[in-house]
Design a protein around this ligand. Structure first.
Ligand code: KG4
Length: 351
């Protein structure tokens, strides 16, 4: 089975081609970061136009890389949400056009589901697993019991974690996106304890008996330090910020494991999986691997190049869904919002 995947929900245009033997036949990607840098964040209209400019060339290149023609495809998968709707529509319509012309199945992919299932492409992970989805637009803890079966245990009540990295980066004038730059500067810090003492930051939601997140207070505390210190030590502030983020993730996940142990002790997840752009952060990966081991769980994170948005993750999700017979109609409408767990509304959930 060979599936073509199209990603265009934010600021990356990606085309991936994957087979059901877990081989990546093509992975073409263009990031629009340079175009959005000027504005300090993603501008939806600029993003949509850039997707349109690049998608044909990427498609052609991906087909050449894979050494196949459209007639070799068993299906086309495209992100149909959630995301910036102009960009989503460009990828979705491209996917529908190929599916219609070849008379092959069209798979409308939830971008979040693609982040959730990518680790199953690169590792043999069985259900159920606990998923920490940490990206530019999402922060959620999910129990994944099968393809299409997701229970949201907790999510952010305000900013997403990647957004918090990016806004913090902007406050310190580190450029866009802030995440990789903050990690780089934090790694230069020789004394994290001293850095945290110099720039103390709050750990929102710490000790709360739920699995939700909040990042807006953390961002405000960073702003206060930036405004009050005319001789700002960016290395120390980045180190303090990153260590605080790790504490937040540790606190929320520890409570999630405690909660699951009390409500389903005989059917505990066997592994902790992290995915999304922020899962590229090495100190976060290292810390969560240790936390997993302490709790008797296996730990999985996709390779760095598959953490942020790409077409491969969409193609792989297409394979997972087509194998189960989930095919979508060509009149599927693009969705700006599309929660993985439809029973959840912001701030109100629990198993
Ligand atoms: O998954 P992604 O490409 O976007 C969404 O689908 O939302 O994630 C992008 C986010 C950005 O906020 C970026 O700053 C963050 O991932 N990011 C990182 C790192 N690399 C990317 N955050 C922290 N540390 C990193 N190394």
């Amino acid at each position: 089975m060979i599936i073509l995947g199209i990603e265009s929900s934010c600021d990356e245009t990606g085309i991936g081609i994957v087979n059901d033997q877990k081989e990546i036949l093509a992975n073409r990607l263009i990031s629009q970061q340079d175009e959005h840098k000027l504005y300090g964040g993603v501008v939806p209209e600029v993003a949509a136009r850039a997707h349109l400019d690049h998608i044909d060339t990427l498609l052609e290149g991906a087909m050449q890389d894979a050494g196949i023609t459209f007639s070799d495809l068993d299906g086309v998968a495209a992100t149909c949400g959630p995301g910036l709707i102009g960009g989503v529509m460009i990828g979705m319509m491209t996917g529908k056009a190929i599916a219609a012309s070849q008379n092959i199945p069209f798979l409308a992919i939830n971008h979040l589901e693609a982040h959730a299932l990518t680790p199953r492409l690169t590792d043999d992970i069985t259900f159920p697993f606990l998923l920490l989805l940490i990206s530019g637009m999402n922060t959620q803890i999910l129990l994944v019991e099968d393809v299409g079966k997701y229970t949201c245990l907790g999510q952010t009540l305000d900013d997403a974690i990647g957004e918090c990295f990016d806004k913090t980066g902007r406050l310190m004038q580190l450029g866009y996106p802030g995440g990789p730059m903050i990690q780089k500067l934090a790694l230069q810090c020789e004394d994290i304890t001293a850095a945290r003492k110099k720039y103390p930051l709050p750990i929102p939601m710490k000790g709360r008996k739920n699995m939700d997140f909040s990042f807006s207070g953390l961002k405000t505390a960073v702003r206060t330090h930036v405004q009050n210190d005319s001789n700002l030590d960016k290395v120390a502030l980045c180190a303090s910020f990153q260590a605080t983020i790790i504490d937040i993730l540790d606190n929320r996940l520890s409570y999630a494991l405690q909660h699951l142990q009390s409500v389903r002790p005989t059917n505990m997840p066997k592994s902790l999986v992290i995915s999304g752009g922020v899962a590229a952060n090495t100190p976060i990966r290292t810390h969560l691997e240790t936390l997993s081991k302490q709790n008797g769980l296996d730990f999985f994170a996709p390779p760095l190049h598959l953490c942020s948005d790409n077409g491969v993750m969409i193609a792989w999700t297409g394979i997972e869904r087509l194998k189960r017979g989930y095919i979508d109609s060509l009149d599927f409408a693009a969705r700006p919002r599309w929660p993985l767990d439809p029973t959840v509304t912001k701030g109100k959930k629990q198993i």
